[in-house]
Design a protein around this ligand. Structure first.
Ligand code: BDR
Ligand code: CA
Length: 326
């Protein structure tokens, strides 16, 4: 089987954990070789996202996967998102998870890990970035042209024809570090973008994950998934993210769907630009929707999603993680 080499750049974070678990299921099924998980500062601090990723890897039997620690970015005007994800990044469930097995102090920085791996496997690794783009931009700044060595770069971020989620116009992953976003979008002309336009429609519910656990009701990963879903659902209702529907937006998982279930998404070609200055619009992602000649597109932007089939695929793959090894 042709295994796809992947680096996941992530700031767990509840929806990040679902993207990571989906990837780990695909590793277990033989579709993916997860080269490294590069954690990032974002939803919570860099040390917290690192520990959180380590605990999820330990929970699922993948503690051997290399983990990078996030490059620190001090200048953000956007605070973290602990109000959605919990101060431990995992809805207060960190204490219920296995111990952190990776050593934060000794770990490599995520930008160095990205540079090393892309140089080791030029043209072979897909980078999935589901956090503020600080690590990727730092790698590009340290080693200009390095991001072109990725086979593909897939980003969850931006809001084009819908409101933002941290300001009226800006989405979190872009607004957190606008210069980093600009660096990444300038790095190549085939960036794949999964914005709020599609992820706002992808609502994972208690009923869906509860049904999933029936495959092995005593499995601890299943129990964790249900508890995390319930925490995120409460936060999402409080912050009115789901139009009152009882569930949560599993934004980051849309990147995995793009790669392995591309029939669930419809993308358009565009030149994406990042507003880095605007008093009211800083962090906005913009493309020119007019029917005028365009010669400088840099991205593929998802604007339509078959949410039912995306969620069904996520649930069926997560079930694989719940089956005990003999
Ligand atoms: C993005 O921001 C984060 O809070 C989520 O994990 C996701 O990556 C959604 O705007
Ligand atoms: Ca994220």
């Amino acid at each position: 089987m042709n295994q796809q080499k992947i680096i996941l750049d992530t700031d767990p974070g509840g929806d990040d954990i679902f993207a990571l678990l989906w990837l780990l299921s695909l590793v277990k099924q033989g579709f993916v070789e997860l080269i490294a998980v590069t954690t990032a500062q974002g939803n919570v601090g860099a040390n917290v996202t690192f520990n959180c990723a380590s605990q999820v890897l330990a929970l699922t039997g993948f503690a051997g996967i290399e983990l990078g620690k996030g490059v620190i970015f001090d200048a953000t005007e956007i605070g973290d998102a602990a109000y959605i994800h919990g101060i431990d990044g995992v809805g207060g469930l960190a204490e219920t998870l296995p111990q952190v097995l990776h050593d934060y102090a000794a770990a490599r920085y995520s930008d160095d890990l990205i540079i090393e791996k892309l140089n080791a496997f030029p043209g072979e690794i897909i980078v999935i970035a589901i956090a503020p783009l600080t690590n990727l931009a730092a790698a590009e700044t340290k080693s200009p042209g390095i991001l072109k060595k990725a086979k593909e770069i897939i980003i969850m971020g931006g809001a084009f024809q819908v409101p933002g989620n941290v300001t009226s116009h800006a989405e979190f992953n872009i607004a957190f570090n606008v210069e980093a976003a600009q660096t990444v979008f300038n790095s190549r002309n085939d960036i794949v973008v999964l914005p709020l336009d599609v992820t706002n429609q992808v609502i994972l519910t208690h009923v869906m994950v509860q049904e999933m656990t029936l495959i092995n009701p005593t499995n601890i990963t299943g129990k964790f998934i249900v508890e995390l879903t319930d925490f995120l659902t409460q936060a999402s209702l409080t912050y009115r993210q789901t139009e009152g529907k009882s569930g949560f937006l599993v934004h980051d998982a849309a990147t995995i769907a793009y790669l392995f279930y591309p029939e669930t998404l419809f993308l358009r070609r565009a030149k994406v630009e990042i507003e880095t200055q605007g008093r009211l619009t800083k962090g906005q992602t913009i493309f020119d929707g007019r029917h005028v000649t365009k010669s400088d597109a840099n991205s593929w932007v998802a604007l339509q999603v078959d949410a039912a089939n995306l969620l069904a695929s996520l649930i069926e793959d997560l079930k694989v993680l719940l089956i005990d090894e003999n």
